[in-house]
Design a protein around this ligand. Sequence first.
Ligand code: ZN
Length: 552
Amino acid sequence: MLSKGLGVFAKGAGLLIILIFLFAVWRYYTTSGFGKDYPSGGRLTPAQKAMDITAYDFDIYPHPENQSLRITLRVDFRFPQNIPDTLLFDFIDGYDIVSLRFDQKPVTDYSYHNNRLSWRMPASAKSKRNHYIVIRYGGVPPRAKQAPWRGGFVWKTDRADSTWLTLACQGEGGKIWFPTKDTQTDKPDSLTLRITVPKPYMAPATGRLLAVDTLRDSLRYQWKSRYPVSTYGINFGVGRYTALRDTLHSKRPQTVPVIFYSLIGDTAKNRFLLKHLKQLTHVFEPLFGPYPWPDDKLAAMQTPYLGMEHQTLNAYGNRHHYRRIGGHTIDFLMLHELAHEWWGNFISTADWADFWLHEGFATYSEALYVEQVAGKEAYLDYMREKMHSIRNHAPIIAGKNLSTTEAYNGDVYNKGAAFLHSLRFVLGDSLFKNMLYHWATDSTTRGGKTVVTADFLKHVNRYTPAPQDSLFHFFLNTTRRLEFQVDSVTTNRYRVLVPGIRFPLPLQVGTSAGIQKLTIPPGGLIIASNGYPVIDPEDWYYKKETLYTWQK
Ligand SMILES: [Zn+2]
């Protein structure tokens, strides 16, 4: 029996243990941990660098009864320069490999562990640059722990108890379900997916639907895309879907099919989303250029998880949580994922360290949309809201050659958007809009090429006489916040200073003469005003409170 004192202590210790446990659970779910079970990206090995994957061709058989997949996959690739001694694919452990062929010949001496599949390059194959593998495998793919942040496959049943299978793996990359090169920098030039499902299930996927073959008890959906796509962008779903359809008269000569894959029971509610998707695209095209995938489709698919930018098949699980701004009904999840078709899917980062090039741009696109439909004041308010949510615990670019898990930080959204907002002020509206449009449409960013922040800086500097290197560094690579100081010098004369900033900074200042855009040199600027000037009245910068001092 415990002594009383010890009993109280034990109770206290028990409570403490429970509290620690609850805290650990809370931390587990609230820290990003993005993709942390299988982080994607990072530095490539020489064997990976040497390989350029040109095509994936999948035959997929989902088995909901045991939540497994059976897949036959052909991967075409080439070695543009060096031919390595080892063939190496990223592919997580745990699948049963039934057979593996390399250029038609069976491979038996492969090694498959540590999430890698590799074997020695046969001497006879070293004279050729183009190769392929055909691999047959099966198994239970990782289930998403908290899609889309900790991703994988999501096996559910819908309200009618039918199978509902979806996938989200941005943080993990395609390697969680197929052999690949786990990097943003290698997109295939073509993609084929054949998905066989029992009748009457539907299997929406990336690309354009070529055919639906009727087999005995099943249907085979054949999808094809000739556009480059990130490995996490390769996606499919299986469910009792129906395709709600419309047509986009895009800025291009051709029309684009617009589709919302809705669960059959939810079509009435989802019709608005189909209309919304098309209308959002009409607003984005003049700002960012024509919709990037006209040969495939413009589509979203209902998912049980919140959302994800899957090229030509965005995941939508926002459950119709709309906001009304300026008399307009807006689904910000739909809007955000659509913006990623330009920022993320078309213009993709080479390195996850530059995550903000996806998320900052998509978040800023939300504000641009608000401005288009509800005006400048609504835009400024929306950006104030975003800046208010910045945590600023770490720079949004935290290094180089980072994995998804290392790079992900909530500020890549809001601080990334805030930076673009400030950049717009610095450049002025018309230069900024021109710059943004061409970032999406210039040839340097086309054809599956991936980019880093330095490419964006180079692009921006083409549009402005003053190089913006210092501004980029300040907002993206540090957690410093702008500080403004206003000193009263003499009657109606004030010095505006930006302490610690060694570059001229454009700044909006409200004086008795009205609002002006001034450039504050590193030593400060004396301005006249009948009364204290107001610094950055429209909030173009993420900043600290202005410090006002009296004349000494
Ligand atoms: Zn996003």
